[in-house]
Design a protein around this ligand. Sequence first.
Ligand code: ADP
Ligand code: MG
Length: 270
Amino acid sequence: MTTEPGDAGGSYQRVKSAGLDTVHGAILYLDDITVSFDGFKALNKLSLDISVGELRCIIGPNGAGKTTMMDVITGKTRPSSGTAFFGQTIDLSRMTEYDIAHAGIGRKFQRPTVFEQHTVFENLELAMKMDKRVRPTLWFRLSSEQKGRIDEVLKLIRLHGNETRLAGLLSHGQKQWLEIGMLLMQEPQLILLDEPVAGMSDAETARTAELLNELRGKHSIMVVEHDMGFVTEIAQGGKVTVLHEGAVLAEGTMQQVQADERVIEVYLGR
Ligand code: ADP
Ligand code: MG
Protein backbone atom coordinates (compact mmCIF):
# COMPACT_ATOMS: atom_id res chain seq x y z
CA MET A 1 0.00 0.00 0.00
CA THR A 2 1.12 3.56 -0.58
CA THR A 3 1.04 6.56 1.68
CA GLU A 4 -1.41 9.14 0.48
CA PRO A 5 -1.57 12.78 1.53
CA GLY A 6 -3.57 13.06 4.70
CA ASP A 7 -3.40 9.33 5.28
CA ALA A 8 -0.66 9.24 7.84
CA GLY A 9 -2.37 10.80 10.85
CA GLY A 10 -5.04 8.23 11.50
CA SER A 11 -3.50 5.51 9.40
CA TYR A 12 -3.04 2.90 12.06
CA GLN A 13 -6.65 3.31 13.10
CA ARG A 14 -7.49 0.81 10.41
CA VAL A 15 -6.56 -2.81 10.09
CA LYS A 16 -3.95 -3.05 7.39
CA SER A 17 -5.32 -5.49 4.92
CA ALA A 18 -5.07 -3.32 1.82
CA GLY A 19 -3.25 -5.09 -0.98
CA LEU A 20 -3.44 -8.43 0.79
CA ASP A 21 -5.89 -11.02 -0.46
CA THR A 22 -7.51 -12.81 2.42
CA VAL A 23 -10.00 -15.65 2.45
CA HIS A 24 -12.64 -15.62 5.13
CA GLY A 25 -10.69 -12.77 6.70
CA ALA A 26 -7.64 -14.90 7.54
CA ILE A 27 -4.27 -13.17 7.48
CA LEU A 28 -2.06 -16.14 8.34
CA TYR A 29 -2.41 -19.84 7.56
CA LEU A 30 -0.04 -22.46 8.84
CA ASP A 31 -0.94 -25.93 7.60
CA ASP A 32 0.71 -29.16 8.67
CA ILE A 33 4.07 -27.51 9.39
CA THR A 34 6.90 -29.74 10.53
CA VAL A 35 10.36 -28.47 11.49
CA SER A 36 13.03 -31.09 12.23
CA PHE A 37 16.35 -30.39 13.89
CA ASP A 38 18.49 -33.49 13.42
CA GLY A 39 15.41 -35.68 13.58
CA PHE A 40 13.87 -33.85 16.55
CA LYS A 41 10.55 -32.32 15.59
CA ALA A 42 10.37 -28.82 17.07
CA LEU A 43 7.10 -28.43 15.13
CA ASN A 44 5.07 -31.53 14.39
CA LYS A 45 2.24 -31.07 11.87
CA LEU A 46 1.29 -27.70 13.30
CA SER A 47 -1.82 -26.09 11.81
CA LEU A 48 -3.08 -22.71 12.91
CA ASP A 49 -4.68 -19.64 11.35
CA ILE A 50 -5.20 -16.08 12.41
CA SER A 51 -7.96 -13.70 11.29
CA VAL A 52 -7.48 -10.13 10.16
CA GLY A 53 -7.58 -7.86 13.20
CA GLU A 54 -7.34 -10.74 15.66
CA LEU A 55 -5.19 -10.58 18.80
CA ARG A 56 -4.13 -14.21 19.33
CA CYS A 57 -2.34 -15.35 22.45
CA ILE A 58 -0.06 -18.39 22.25
CA ILE A 59 0.89 -20.19 25.45
CA GLY A 60 2.63 -23.47 26.20
CA PRO A 61 5.56 -24.95 28.08
CA ASN A 62 9.21 -24.20 27.31
CA GLY A 63 10.31 -26.08 24.23
CA ALA A 64 6.75 -26.34 22.85
CA GLY A 65 7.86 -24.72 19.58
CA LYS A 66 6.46 -21.19 20.03
CA THR A 67 9.61 -19.35 18.95
CA THR A 68 10.23 -21.86 16.15
CA MET A 69 6.73 -21.11 14.84
CA MET A 70 7.62 -17.39 14.70
CA ASP A 71 10.90 -18.32 12.98
CA VAL A 72 8.91 -20.15 10.29
CA ILE A 73 6.49 -17.25 9.80
CA THR A 74 9.34 -14.76 9.41
CA GLY A 75 11.45 -16.96 7.12
CA LYS A 76 14.26 -17.48 9.65
CA THR A 77 13.63 -21.24 9.67
CA ARG A 78 12.37 -23.27 6.72
CA PRO A 79 9.81 -25.97 7.47
CA SER A 80 10.69 -29.52 6.40
CA SER A 81 7.08 -29.87 5.26
CA GLY A 82 3.80 -28.02 5.34
CA THR A 83 2.61 -24.68 4.03
CA ALA A 84 2.69 -21.16 5.40
CA PHE A 85 0.64 -18.41 3.76
CA PHE A 86 0.30 -14.73 4.50
CA GLY A 87 -3.15 -13.83 3.21
CA GLN A 88 -4.32 -16.05 0.38
CA THR A 89 -1.53 -15.62 -2.11
CA ILE A 90 1.76 -14.92 -0.34
CA ASP A 91 3.69 -18.16 0.13
CA LEU A 92 6.06 -17.43 3.03
CA SER A 93 8.08 -20.58 2.40
CA ARG A 94 9.41 -19.05 -0.83
CA MET A 95 10.46 -15.70 0.61
CA THR A 96 13.53 -14.31 2.33
CA GLU A 97 13.33 -12.80 5.81
CA TYR A 98 13.82 -9.38 4.24
CA ASP A 99 10.96 -9.83 1.77
CA ILE A 100 8.65 -11.14 4.48
CA ALA A 101 9.36 -8.09 6.64
CA HIS A 102 8.61 -5.83 3.69
CA ALA A 103 5.44 -7.74 2.83
CA GLY A 104 4.09 -6.59 6.20
CA ILE A 105 5.04 -9.03 8.96
CA GLY A 106 6.79 -7.28 11.87
CA ARG A 107 8.46 -9.17 14.66
CA LYS A 108 9.66 -8.12 18.06
CA PHE A 109 12.22 -10.34 19.70
CA GLN A 110 12.49 -10.76 23.45
CA ARG A 111 15.54 -8.52 23.85
CA PRO A 112 14.96 -4.90 22.80
CA THR A 113 17.10 -3.72 19.92
CA VAL A 114 16.64 0.04 19.99
CA PHE A 115 19.39 2.45 18.91
CA GLU A 116 20.68 3.43 22.36
CA GLN A 117 22.71 6.46 21.18
CA HIS A 118 19.67 8.01 19.53
CA THR A 119 16.71 9.77 21.10
CA VAL A 120 13.28 8.20 21.37
CA PHE A 121 12.04 10.44 18.55
CA GLU A 122 15.00 9.57 16.32
CA ASN A 123 14.40 5.86 16.87
CA LEU A 124 10.83 6.23 15.61
CA GLU A 125 12.02 8.43 12.75
CA LEU A 126 14.67 5.90 11.75
CA ALA A 127 12.09 3.11 11.81
CA MET A 128 9.96 5.18 9.45
CA LYS A 129 12.91 5.94 7.14
CA MET A 130 13.76 2.28 6.86
CA ASP A 131 10.26 1.79 5.53
CA LYS A 132 10.46 0.92 1.84
CA ARG A 133 7.85 3.53 0.96
CA VAL A 134 9.86 6.47 2.24
CA ARG A 135 12.98 7.00 0.18
CA PRO A 136 15.76 7.98 2.58
CA THR A 137 17.69 10.85 1.04
CA LEU A 138 20.07 13.44 2.36
CA TRP A 139 17.27 16.00 2.03
CA PHE A 140 14.69 13.86 3.76
CA ARG A 141 12.38 15.96 5.89
CA LEU A 142 9.45 14.70 7.87
CA SER A 143 6.13 15.98 6.64
CA SER A 144 3.65 17.27 9.19
CA GLU A 145 1.63 14.08 8.69
CA GLN A 146 4.67 11.98 9.47
CA LYS A 147 5.39 14.06 12.57
CA GLY A 148 1.75 13.59 13.52
CA ARG A 149 2.11 9.84 13.21
CA ILE A 150 5.22 9.78 15.38
CA ASP A 151 3.30 11.85 17.93
CA GLU A 152 0.42 9.40 17.84
CA VAL A 153 2.75 6.43 18.35
CA LEU A 154 4.59 8.25 21.17
CA LYS A 155 1.30 8.59 23.05
CA LEU A 156 0.35 5.00 22.38
CA ILE A 157 3.66 3.63 23.69
CA ARG A 158 3.55 5.84 26.78
CA LEU A 159 6.67 7.79 25.82
CA HIS A 160 5.07 11.14 25.08
CA GLY A 161 7.18 13.78 26.82
CA ASN A 162 10.25 11.52 26.57
CA GLU A 163 10.95 12.08 22.88
CA THR A 164 14.28 13.86 23.44
CA ARG A 165 15.63 11.25 25.87
CA LEU A 166 18.36 8.92 24.72
CA ALA A 167 16.91 5.46 24.22
CA GLY A 168 19.83 4.00 26.18
CA LEU A 169 18.58 5.80 29.30
CA LEU A 170 15.09 4.28 29.20
CA SER A 171 13.96 1.53 31.56
CA HIS A 172 13.76 -2.03 30.23
CA GLY A 173 9.98 -1.72 29.86
CA GLN A 174 10.21 1.63 28.07
CA LYS A 175 12.73 0.16 25.62
CA GLN A 176 10.29 -2.66 24.89
CA TRP A 177 7.52 -0.12 24.24
CA LEU A 178 9.83 1.91 22.01
CA GLU A 179 10.55 -1.18 19.99
CA ILE A 180 6.83 -1.86 19.62
CA GLY A 181 6.52 1.77 18.47
CA MET A 182 9.29 1.23 15.91
CA LEU A 183 7.40 -1.77 14.59
CA LEU A 184 4.20 0.29 14.36
CA MET A 185 5.99 3.00 12.35
CA GLN A 186 6.43 0.43 9.60
CA GLU A 187 2.69 -0.29 9.62
CA PRO A 188 2.93 -4.07 9.62
CA GLN A 189 -0.24 -5.98 8.89
CA LEU A 190 0.74 -8.79 11.21
CA ILE A 191 2.74 -8.19 14.39
CA LEU A 192 4.52 -11.03 16.20
CA LEU A 193 5.53 -10.45 19.82
CA ASP A 194 7.66 -13.07 21.58
CA GLU A 195 7.37 -12.72 25.38
CA PRO A 196 6.85 -8.93 25.39
CA VAL A 197 6.54 -8.58 29.19
CA ALA A 198 9.47 -10.81 30.20
CA GLY A 199 11.60 -8.87 32.69
CA MET A 200 9.01 -6.10 33.14
CA SER A 201 7.80 -4.77 36.47
CA ASP A 202 4.16 -5.42 37.40
CA ALA A 203 3.27 -1.82 36.57
CA GLU A 204 5.00 -2.03 33.17
CA THR A 205 3.25 -5.34 32.46
CA ALA A 206 -0.14 -3.78 33.23
CA ARG A 207 0.61 -0.84 30.94
CA THR A 208 1.72 -3.19 28.17
CA ALA A 209 -1.62 -5.00 28.45
CA GLU A 210 -3.37 -1.62 28.08
CA LEU A 211 -1.22 -0.84 25.05
CA LEU A 212 -2.07 -4.14 23.35
CA ASN A 213 -5.75 -3.66 24.14
CA GLU A 214 -5.55 -0.30 22.35
CA LEU A 215 -4.01 -1.98 19.29
CA ARG A 216 -6.75 -4.61 19.26
CA GLY A 217 -8.59 -4.65 15.96
CA LYS A 218 -6.19 -2.18 14.37
CA HIS A 219 -3.51 -4.75 13.61
CA SER A 220 -3.45 -8.53 13.52
CA ILE A 221 -1.26 -9.58 16.43
CA MET A 222 0.22 -12.85 17.68
CA VAL A 223 1.56 -12.73 21.25
CA VAL A 224 3.57 -15.51 22.88
CA GLU A 225 3.64 -15.05 26.64
CA HIS A 226 4.09 -17.02 29.87
CA ASP A 227 2.65 -14.43 32.23
CA MET A 228 -0.88 -15.80 32.69
CA GLY A 229 -2.17 -12.65 34.40
CA PHE A 230 -1.06 -10.67 31.36
CA VAL A 231 -2.57 -13.19 28.93
CA THR A 232 -5.88 -13.03 30.80
CA GLU A 233 -5.86 -9.21 30.48
CA ILE A 234 -5.34 -9.25 26.70
CA ALA A 235 -7.16 -12.46 25.70
CA GLN A 236 -10.56 -11.09 26.76
CA GLY A 237 -13.11 -13.14 24.81
CA GLY A 238 -10.60 -14.01 22.05
CA LYS A 239 -8.87 -17.26 21.18
CA VAL A 240 -5.91 -18.63 23.07
CA THR A 241 -3.83 -21.39 21.47
CA VAL A 242 -1.88 -23.86 23.59
CA LEU A 243 1.16 -25.39 21.92
CA HIS A 244 2.72 -28.59 23.19
CA GLU A 245 5.41 -30.73 21.58
CA GLY A 246 5.25 -28.76 18.34
CA ALA A 247 1.50 -28.98 17.76
CA VAL A 248 -1.74 -27.36 18.91
CA LEU A 249 -2.90 -29.04 22.12
CA ALA A 250 -5.96 -26.86 22.68
CA GLU A 251 -7.58 -23.71 21.38
CA GLY A 252 -10.43 -21.66 22.81
CA THR A 253 -11.20 -18.83 25.16
CA MET A 254 -8.98 -18.37 28.19
CA GLN A 255 -11.66 -19.98 30.39
CA GLN A 256 -11.95 -22.96 28.04
CA VAL A 257 -8.23 -23.67 27.85
CA GLN A 258 -7.80 -23.10 31.61
CA ALA A 259 -10.45 -25.74 32.25
CA ASP A 260 -8.96 -28.22 29.75
CA GLU A 261 -7.55 -31.25 31.60
CA ARG A 262 -4.73 -31.79 29.07
CA VAL A 263 -3.67 -28.14 29.34
CA ILE A 264 -3.66 -28.34 33.13
CA GLU A 265 -1.62 -31.54 32.90
CA VAL A 266 1.15 -30.26 30.62
CA TYR A 267 1.23 -26.56 31.34
CA LEU A 268 -0.86 -24.86 33.98
CA GLY A 269 -0.47 -27.45 36.74
CA ARG A 270 -2.96 -28.37 39.42
P1 ADP B 1 9.52 -22.35 22.92
O1 ADP B 1 9.73 -21.02 22.29
O2 ADP B 1 8.11 -22.82 22.90
O3 ADP B 1 10.10 -22.43 24.31
P2 ADP B 1 11.35 -23.27 20.87
O4 ADP B 1 10.63 -23.05 19.60
O5 ADP B 1 12.41 -22.29 21.22
O6 ADP B 1 10.33 -23.44 22.06
O7 ADP B 1 12.04 -24.71 20.84
C1 ADP B 1 11.32 -25.89 20.53
C2 ADP B 1 12.27 -27.05 20.59
O8 ADP B 1 13.15 -27.02 19.47
C3 ADP B 1 13.16 -27.06 21.82
O9 ADP B 1 13.30 -28.39 22.26
C4 ADP B 1 14.46 -26.49 21.32
O10 ADP B 1 15.54 -26.99 22.07
C5 ADP B 1 14.49 -27.01 19.90
N1 ADP B 1 15.23 -26.09 19.00
C6 ADP B 1 14.88 -24.81 18.72
N2 ADP B 1 15.74 -24.28 17.83
C7 ADP B 1 16.65 -25.24 17.54
C8 ADP B 1 17.80 -25.32 16.69
N3 ADP B 1 18.19 -24.28 15.94
N4 ADP B 1 18.48 -26.49 16.67
C9 ADP B 1 18.09 -27.54 17.41
N5 ADP B 1 17.03 -27.54 18.22
C10 ADP B 1 16.32 -26.41 18.30
MG1 MG C 1 10.52 -19.19 22.98
